[in-house]
Design a protein around this ligand. Structure first.
Ligand SMILES: Cc1cc2nc3c(=O)[nH]c(=O)nc-3n(C[C@H](O)[C@H](O)[C@H](O)COP(=O)(O)O)c2cc1C
Length: 315
């Protein structure tokens, strides 16, 4: 029997598999035993009520999907009064994903949701910062550091910071989040993309551009997990195109301590359970007593010919 437990920045999980924010809701509990999952993660919540983006909001593309949902939200009172009570029926810790348009907004929201029943906060800083031309906070180290520092001062809960893959400096952004007090990093959100309908000549998303997810993004995000793991000492939660236990094992070998499954759940409701069971079998087959033995166990020789210096430039 493989020991599947992991510790993510002070939070003890029965196994390293959880849903990706926005691809999961409590209704999945009708078809899957949610008590088997490492943690439960809410859809991103904002302070205000939000309607979300124009339709269509999703489009299927080769090996993945595009979405531009726009974070419709029922607001914080609904979360505190309804959602938290609902999740009490399940044992795994509840991680609440939050978003705000300013660093101050992130901090006050983090403080407001630091209540019993919330085990950790996942700050989705892949969203536009209205104080920086609408660029996502996590595109740059300085804006990442500022927003994480303010949140850190506002809550004692474990603080997970979800990065965007849409940056050329993910290692520096990861380091900035760590320096500002993040307990873990979620790597990553969706990759900015678009698709065009050749009948109508119109964009296939009402919002024109959206986020690419699913198997298409896996090799890119896997590389970013490797970069972030080399650049920091805090746990990394890998997220991008994980459909199988083999995908999850790759992420853990690259340095992830846990994984999130998103788009795959839309295809197979049991995807997370299959990943958990398959990871245990994978460890047994490789003679590893603990799933944590996989973390960063990638074997690679750094030779003179192989230049990995760009992966995580020295601080
Ligand atoms: C329909 C949909 C909605 C999403 N909503 C959110 C969200 O509210 N907050 C967030 O941080 N990420 C959101 N994401 C991104 C996922 O959490 C995840 O980072 C991304 O889909 C990559 O993982 P995957 O390839 O396993 O789907 C959403 C993704 C999809 C497909």
């Amino acid at each position: 029997m493989t020991d599947m437990t992991v510790n993510i920045g002070g939070l003890h999980l029965a196994n390293p598999v959880m849903p990706a924010s926005g691809t999961f809701a409590e209704g999945l509990g009708d078809v899957v035993d949610l008590n088997q999952i490492g943690a439960l993660v809410t859809k991103t919540v904002t302070r205000e009520l939000r309607a979300g983006n124009p339709l269509p909001r999703v489009a299927e593309v080769a090996s993945g999907m595009l979405n531009a949902i726009g974070i419709p939200s029922k607001g914080v009172p609904y979360l505190l009064e309804h959602t938290l009570a609902l999740y009490r029926q399940w044992a795994p810790p509840l991680v609440v994903s939050i978003s705000a348009p300013t660093a101050e907004g992130f901090a006050s929201l983090a403080a407001e949701i630091s209540v019993p029943g919330v085990a950790a906060i996942e700050a989705n800083i892949s969203c536009p910062n209205i104080e920086a031309d609408g660029r996502a906070f996590a595109m740059r180290p300085a804006t990442t550091e500022a927003v994480v520092r303010q949140m850190r001062a506002a809550t004692n809960l474990p603080l997970w910071v979800k990065l965007t893959p849409n940056t050329g400096e993910i290692a520096e952004v990861a380091r900035a989040a760590e320096a500002a007090g993040a307990d873990a990093l979620v790597v990553a959100n969706t990759i900015l993309a678009m698709a065009i309908d050749l009948q109508s000549f119109k964009p296939r998303l009402g919002n024109v551009m959206g986020g690419l997810s699913g198997p298409a993004v896996k090799p890119i995000v896997l590389r970013q997990v490797f970069q972030c793991a080399r650049a920091t000492r805090i746990p990394i939660i890998g997220c991008g195109g994980i459909s199988t236990a083999a995908d999850a094992a790759e992420y853990m070998l690259a340095g992830a301590s846990a994984v999130q499954v998103g788009t795959a759940t839309f295809l197979h409701a049991h995807a997370m359970i299959d990943v958990i069971e398959g990871l245990a079998r994978f460890c047994e087959a490789h003679g590893l007593p603990r799933v944590t033995d996989l973390i960063g166990a990638l074997k690679h020789e750094e030779s003179d010919e192989e230049d990995l210096s760009w992966v995580a430039p020295a601080p």
